[in-house]
Write a protein that binds this ligand. Structure first.
Ligand code: ADP
Ligand code: MG
Ligand code: MG
Ligand code: MG
Ligand code: MG
Ligand code: MG
Length: 684
């Protein structure tokens, strides 16, 4: 989350009147940023992760695990602790930062300052993540634990699932049948977002996840836990009037999606063109890593037939009107909009020649006035489309005190729209008044139960981002195929049984040319010239790269549909035949161009091995592990229901795995050692 401004939040009826104002000034603000920073070069690779936690309160006597709603107190405590640590040891480089999130039971942590591109920094990420977790754990109450579980299995069940208990009848922002008002972070931004999404849409959000039918699950399944006849809020009838589908798990509030935890990574690029190349390169990777990190098979007390959070979170903030959703002809709304504002990205934006126009084959409503304004300012077609597509949305939260801004100094109006387009990738312009450069955020991954796994996926994506730039890889496939992969990624066991569209020839022929060219061409933008190619002698991953190769004259490109095919996860990661080395093969080739000590190499390969084994099926995903745990629990009745007792045992097991006191050799390598020693050694 960005900074939380305190002020008077407008109701939806009021926000509407200011929507054009916010968009107009948002664009003015972006143009100022563009003018100042479009030619900025030489920013180094800095990167950072974000990890989100659920805080769970255990009642061992009653075998019950509930969400603890103490976010405000916990964050106050953690920020004062972190303040003390940094004043005690001023030279310490990175005192973690803890942030609020949507759920009042959630925490987010980031490293206090970003990591550099050095190999030691890359290898410090697990320790940093563990330190942050240990710090959080230490300052919770005795019976509370920080869990990196993507979805809380019993969020929204009848009866108590929070500590303390609140009745959903009081849900004045969401009007949910299931989630009380107190589930939401009390900062005015969050209840306002919730209420304004509902009002803009004209109904409650409606999410229906297919139920996992087990041997004893009744068919058809009409959910007995939905209060079908409640009549408190005007929307209460929606469930019985068709919003809640049979054979599905129905959810009706923002909290079901925004209350999930994920793992995000942000990378700074050398300059804006490289940021755009990296953004495009990572687009087809989004669904692949969603499938491989799948971790959320249980929702509102039921096993689902999907493994991931994505469709839940997309549905949970879907503020489109019926006209925008194509259910009614356009009258009051301006556009038909195919997707929620939380969804996969709709277009590639790199100006490279390898980005063929045919790849941008999704319907792309955009605001023509804004597009023309950006074009008139000299911004190219793709970036203008990207921004004017994001700006078809309305602002959702506007504070009366900050309607008028200094557009040269502030980017609040721009960020208002930018940061409520929650997509698989985010292209982040530099914030004003800072030394931060052009960045790309990778947002699709589910959080893993241990920091060893979170670090492994972070290391994998960091190295892949280097591969994309350094080898000029070409991962392009039509963006409609990427969207198809998003759907496939969420299917049960997709990592094991699924197939995904992927490019056959990723352009590995450019490897050697690219790595040796790095020595000369790079001087123009690197702050420190690279003069010892091909091995980089300062143990840094490269951040500045040669310009991408020019098109080879006389070679006619293949027809688009011959460029890609369906591959298994194992093929995408570990290679297929002689022509495609797999993403891990590319990473290994990249690592060989760096000067890395043997012990560092071993550590890197240890992380990559986890990714490899999840992909080849010799280790299972978190989602499969959770599903297996539920289905083999002695109290499970094979009826898809995850009872309070099963939930308690699951939460305890996840915590024990994380601490290394319980083994899970189908999920983790046999030599995984948990965090149980951490708090002793890091001197909290
Ligand atoms: P948001 O919630 O808006 O995505 P956060 O501030 O929570 O953003 O997290 C952003 C991440 O980016 C953190 O891990 C932080 O360490 C990292 N970061 C900070 N500065 C830079 C930078 N210049 N380049 C790359 N990453 C950065
Ligand atoms: Mg977050
Ligand atoms: Mg954040
Ligand atoms: Mg965030
Ligand atoms: Mg944010
Ligand atoms: Mg983020």
């Amino acid at each position: 989350m960005g900074l939380l401004y305190l002020g008077t939040a407008l109701t939806w009826e009021e926000v509407k009147k200011h929507a054009d104002h916010v968009r107009f000034h948002g664009i003015t603000q972006f143009l100022h940023t563009w003018d100042r920073l479009k030619d900025r070069k030489g920013d180094e690779l800095l990167w950072g992760d974000e990890i989100e936690y659920l805080v769970v309160a255990l009642n061992d006597a009653q075998k019950d695990a509930r969400l603890s709603l103490r976010q405000t107190e916990i964050l106050e405590k953690l920020s004062s602790i972190c303040g003390d640590i940094s004043s005690d040891c001023p030279e310490s480089v990175s005192v973690p930062t803890f942030h609020p999130e949507y759920g009042r039971y959630m925490l987010e942590s980031t490293p206090g300052s970003p990591y550099t591109g050095s190999i030691p920094d890359l290898l410090s990420v697990e320790g940093n993540m563990r330190y942050r977790r240990a710090l959080a754990r230490k300052h919770l109450k005795r019976h509370e634990i920080p869990l990196t579980l993507t979805s809380f299995p019993r969020l929204g069940v009848p009866g108590p699932f929070t500590e303390p208990y609140f009745d959903p009848a009081d849900a004045i922002s969401s009007h949910s049948l299931f989630l009380p008002e107190e589930i939401t972070n009390p900062h005015v931004r969050f209840p306002t977002l919730t209420a304004n999404i509902r009002q803009r849409r004209g109904s409650k959000v409606a999410i229906n996840l297919p139920l996992f039918f087990d041997t004893e699950t009744p068919r058809p399944f009409i959910d007995p836990t939905i209060p079908w006849e409640r009549s408190i809020y005007p929307e209460d009838h929606e469930a019985k009037d068709g919003a809640a589908l049979p054979d599905h798990i129905y959810m009706d509030a923002m909290g079901f999606g925004m209350g999930c935890c994920c793992l995000q990574l942000t990378f700074q690029a050398c300059h804006v063109a490289d940021a755009r190349r990296m953004y495009d390169g990572l687009i087809p990777i989004g669904p692949i890593l969603l499938a491989l990190t799948a971790a959320s098979p249980v929702w509102r007390g039921y096993l689902a037939d999907v493994d991931c959070r994505w469709n839940v979170i997309a549905g949970s903030v879907d503020d489109r009107t019926e006209e925008e959703r194509g259910l009614k002809p356009l009258d009051n709304s301006r556009f038909q909009i195919p997707k929620s504002r939380y969804d996969s990205v709709d277009m590639y934006i790199s100006p490279d020649w390898i980005n063929r126009p045919e790849y941008n084959d999704n319907p792309l409503p955009f605001d023509e006035g804004i597009y023309n304004r950006l074009r008139d300012h000299g911004i190219d077609d793709l970036l203008s489309k990207h921004i004017s597509h994001l700006f078809i949305r309305d602002p959702l939260v506007v504070f009366s005190e900050t309607i008028d801004q200094d557009d040269e100094k502030s980017t609040d109006h721009f960020e208002n729209l930018q940061s409520t387009n929650w997509q698989t990738l985010r292209f982040k312009p530099p914030p004003p008044g800072s030394s931060i450069g052009w960045r790309v955020e990778f947002r699709s991954m589910e959080v893993q139960m241990t920091d060893y796994e979170n670090a492994a996926f972070a290391v994998f994506v960091v190295l892949l981002s280097r591969v994309i730039l350094s080898f000029n890889t070409n991962f392009y496939i039509p963006i409609s195929k990427v969207d198809e992969n998003m759907g496939r990624a969420q299917q049960r066991d997709a990592a094991q049984n699924g197939k995904f569209w992927f490019r056959k020839d990723v352009g590995s022929r450019h490897h050697s040319a690219a790595s040796s060219a790095a020595s000369s061409d790079c001087n123009s933008c690197c702050s420190s010239p690279v003069d010892e190619s091909p091995k980089v002698k300062d143990k840094k991953m490269r951040n500045c790269f040669p310009d991408p190769p020019l098109p080879e004259n006389g070679t006619n490109p293949l027809p688009i549909h011959e460029e890609y095919e369906e591959m298994t996860m194992n093929e995408i990661m570990n290679g297929k035949g002689d022509s495609f080395p797999g993403l891990l093969g590319l990473i290994t080739a990249y690592i060989e161009t760096l000067d890395i000590d043997t012990d560092e190499l071993i550590k890197i390969h240890n992380y990559l091995d986890l990714v490899k084994r999840r992909a080849n099926g010799s280790l299972i995903t978190s989602a499969t592990w959770i599903r297996n745990f539920v289905r083999s629990h002695p109290a499970y009745k094979h009826d898809s229901v995850v009872s309070a007792e099963i939930n308690y045992d699951l939460v305890v097991a996840v915590d024990e795995i994380e601490r290394g006191v319980r083994q899970a050799t189908d999920l983790l390598p046999a030599d995984y050692t948990g965090s149980k020693e951490d708090s002793g050694t890091i001197g909290l």
